[in-house]
Design a protein around this ligand. Structure first.
Ligand code: HEM
Length: 447
């Protein structure tokens, strides 16, 4: 295997000028899965830039735990920063501890209980929106559901309604744009091409809608029991309040980080339950016992065991955050290789989750692998990342997905209508497109 002067294996198949751009745009998952066969660290090329992919769980943990040495950085993070402002997901280590401390209280257990009430209301709307025996566009429905629920968790005031509509309409173009801009050579990403213009327009509209909502909240001065009200009341370590730019960046960050990932997880879960009707029936037995046909609430969570394992296994097979980057701030030593400063490193939950050395039978959907008595390789399940930069919304996402999946399975039977695997468009998250299912109502029709 070819290695470079630093002793890092080089992925084969790089083309002149574009490098590995084509497989990364066309079939990135297949490309990623081939990389561990070349080494524990593998260099890939994106145009003139290169990145080193980290292919073993313990090395990924080393990267995640030393967040000062392996800081946020690389092309994807630069684009995220450009789209969202200097928010929690893209800020450098030097700003991160402070930002995390200001945002963490809005994700406490007490808050989560309050947000669960918003979730239950939105799940109710979702579960009553389908017609018996009709085909449901699962990907589109889950996107609408996740965006309306998360947007309402962030701003609940009635006057924020138009902003919620604008933002949810703009986000798909923002997600697509950030990924395309990250993998395109810088020159191409700056040209006024239609995809670049669409991205700029969407970003500017969403930006303006969030700005307006912040100023309406400031004028209103009423707490609404949502994340924005909490941020407006938050004081930083020096006792100062957060300014509009910081609040704006955090709201945009939470929208972008939360919506597509949670929608993707739910879409994949329904897709898998259609493919594995036996698991769907087992889940229905659980929900019949815990819920009957009512909508799940926060208090049901401890008894929705299988639902949680189904979501967990879905996140293993299809982790929404599938490719993430770091940049070395100093010289670092990883797997006995000296990595120079300003090297872009890539870690991929998808790659780690699909490596049979760390997750046996990686392609099979087996929620029971998450029974408490089963053993796992440390660091081989990382859908929410790890270390100081671990997802702040992990409990929120697990709560929302568990409550939603158990409610809809209690009330509807899903079966597959398409026999083709879903199309996966490479974006910031691993999002399936065009997933459809037939939904049959399990409740007796009213007289
Ligand atoms: C199934 C759903 C979700 C998945 C799979 C997911 C995954 C991730 C991953 C992998 C990271 C770490 C990124 C890195 O290491 O560079 C992350 C960070 C983050 N996530 Fe999530 N996420 C989900 C839902 C959410 C939700 C619902 C929210 C908020 C409403 C959220 C907000 C964030 C934020 C703000 C960060 C940055 C944290 C920091 O750097 O301190 N995520 N997420």
């Amino acid at each position: 295997m070819a290695t470079d002067h630093e002793g890092i294996a080089q992925a084969p198949g790089a083309l002149p000028i574009v490098g590995h751009l084509l497989p990364l745009l066309r079939d990135p998952l297949r490309f990623l899965k081939t990389l561990p066969s070349y080494g524990d660290l593998v260099r890939i090329r994106l145009g003139p830039q290169t990145a080193v992919v980290v292919c073993r769980p313990e090395l990924v943990q080393q990267v995640l735990l030393h967040d000062r040495i392996y800081d946020k950085g690389g092309p994807l993070i630069e684009r995220v920063g450009n789209a969202l402002g200097n928010g929690l997901a893209s800020c450098p280590h030097s700003a991160h501890r402070r930002q995390r401390r200001t945002l963490q209280p809005a994700f406490s257990r007490t808050c989560m209980r309050e947000y669960a009430a918003i979730m239950t209301q939105q799940i109710d709307n979702l579960a009553t929106s389908w017609s018996d025996g009709r085909t449901v566009d699962v990907a589109a429905q889950m996107y609408d559901f996740a965006s309306s629920t998360i947007a309402r968790t962030l701003f609940r005031a009635e006057f924020a309604g138009p902003a919620i509509d604008t933002v949810t309409e703009c986000l798909p173009d923002i997600f697509r744009g950030i990924y395309q801009q990250a993998v395109l050579p810088p020159l191409l990403s700056r040209l006024p091409l239609p995809p670049n213009r669409r991205y700029e327009r969407a970003r500017n509209r969403a930006w303006a809608a969030v700005s307006k909502t912040i100023s309406l909240y400031r004028q209103d001065d009423e707490p609404h029991g949502d994340v924005l009200s909490r941020l407006l009341e938050t004081h930083d370590d020096e006792g100062g309040v957060l300014d509009d730019a910081e609040i704006h960046a955090q709201i945009m960050t939470l929208l972008v980080a939360g919506i597509e990932s949670t929608a993707g997880a739910l879409t994949w879960a329904v897709h898998l339950l259609c493919q594995y009707p036996d698991v769907q029936e087992r889940l229905r037995t659980e929900t019949a016992e815990v819920l009957g046909t009512r909508t799940a609430t926060w208090d049901d969570l401890p008894r929705l065991d299988l639902a949680r394992r189904v979501i967990t296994e879905t996140l293993r097979l299809y982790p929404p955050g599938w490719i993430l980057t770091r940049t070395t701030t100093t010289e670092a030593r990883l797997a006995d290789v000296v990595i120079p400063p300003e090297t872009t490193l890539v870690y991929s939950p998808y790659l780690i989750h699909h490596d049979a050395r760390f997750n046996p039978r990686p392609g099979s959907f087996d929620p029971d692998r998450w029974l408490p008595e089963r053993q796992h390789v440390r660091g081989a399940f990382i859908p929410f990342g790890g270390g100081a930069r671990k997802c702040i919304g992990d409990n929120y996402a697990m709560t929302l997905a568990t409550l939603a999946l158990s409610t809809i399975v209690a009330q509807w039977r899903f079966s597959r209508v398409d026999h083709q695997p879903p199309h996966i468009e490479p974006r910031m998250t691993l999002t399936p497109q065009g997933v459809r299912a037939r939904a049959d109502c399990l409740q007796a029709a009213p007289d």
